[in-house]
Design a protein around this ligand. Structure first.
Ligand code: HEM
Length: 296
């Protein structure tokens, strides 16, 4: 990490720049609220904006923080405390996993906005150009500190970056391979399930009709489980999030099938009661998961 004075030197940021920015403070103050509104108009088109700026409370916090950040650009004081503050903001974005690309793109807007104000408000062209240059320097410095947070975060290495990224890549590939094997296994199970269902259907009239019907229903339920699992796995492969719900539903179906079979045997009332209790518990868990999922 570079020191504040090194950074300033590398961007040729002088006391004259600091004075220029301070001069702009009262002008920018008048456009502070407009800045936040236009900033939001700009970033709301980013694909993932909703994911990060997810509720009114977060948006309000961000907008307030943005106003302070914007005005601090024209504070005239760019010492250690200023850089510490910038590092904190940079880290805040790294921590929420916001891609650096979006921060860069947002800076593109800020630059254009600030230059637009200068063009409108500063009559003297030469003066405007000088002020614009100072704004550009402080914004470049800001972006530099913000992006350094990302790089610092990425630098965490255990043995060697090359070995580690190779290992991660291999592990990724391996897990993808396992997933593909899982899908193939599910396809085979699906085919077997169809076979069993057809077999049951053909033998429905062979013995007791009730027994035949129930075992056909059982094989249909198993087929449904395979479909559900395959659906979840495909969604997972396409980058969807992991669904716990499907495992509970598989357990539920297995229990229901057991009840169907147990209901054929007379005298197994106790066994049936414990199965019914298990279904009730699983059903409750299933309901809880559905409820929390729909709340998100
Ligand atoms: C010029 C670019 C940006 C600036 C100057 C900026 C400024 C800030 C500041 C000052 C904070 C508060 C940091 C702290 O807690 O100490 C913050 C947090 C945050 N920023 Fe940004 N931001 C920028 C771009 C973005 C973009 C493009 C997004 C999303 C699309 C975003 C999303 C967030 C979120 C979600 C937080 C955390 C808010 C919270 O939960 O309190 N920011 N940002």
């Amino acid at each position: 990490m570079h020191s504040p004075s090194q950074i300033k030197a590398h961007y040729n940021f002088t006391n004259a720049d600091a004075a220029n920015l301070k001069r702009l403070a009262p002008i920018m103050e008048r456009h502070r609220d407009e800045f936040v509104i236009e900033f939001y108009d700009y970033v709301k088109h980013f694909e993932e904006a909703n994911k990060f700026l997810k509720d009114d409370a977060t948006i309000k916090r961000h907008q307030d923080a943005l106003k302070i950040w914007f005005m601090d650009l024209f504070n005239g004081e760019y010492g250690d405390a200023y850089y510490k503050g910038l590092e904190k903001v940079g880290l805040a974005h790294v921590k929420i996993n916001l891609h650096a690309h979006y921060v860069n793109a947002a800076f593109h807007f800020v630059k254009a906005f600030a230059q637009g104000i200068i063009r409108r408000e500063i009559g003297d062209r030469e003066d405007g150009v000088a002020l614009g240059r100072s704004v550009e320097k402080i914004l470049d410095i800001n972006l530099d500190v913000f992006t350094s947070s990302y790089i610092e975060e990425e630098k965490k290495v255990f043995v060697s970056l090359k070995v580690e990224s190779y290992l991660i890549q291999m592990a990724n590939r391996f897990s993808h391979g396992l997933n593909i094997i899982l899908v193939m296994g599910l396809v085979i199970l699906g085919i077997l399930g169809i076979g069993l269902f057809v077999y049951d259907l053909l033998h429905i009239l062979d013995g007791e009709i009730e027994k035949g019907l129930l075992s056909t229903l059982g094989s249909l339920l198993m087929l449904w489980v395979v479909i559900e699992l395959m659906d979840t796995e495909i969604k997972h492969l396409k980058g969807g999030k992991f669904a716990v719900k499907v495992f509970v539903s598989v357990a539920l179906v297995a229990m229901i099938r057991k009840i169907l079979i147990a209901s054929l045997k007379s005298g197994a009332v106790e066994a049936q009661l414990s199965l019914i209790a298990a279904v009730a518990v699983l059903g409750f868990i299933y309901w809880l998961i559905s409820k929390t999922e729909s709340a998100h």
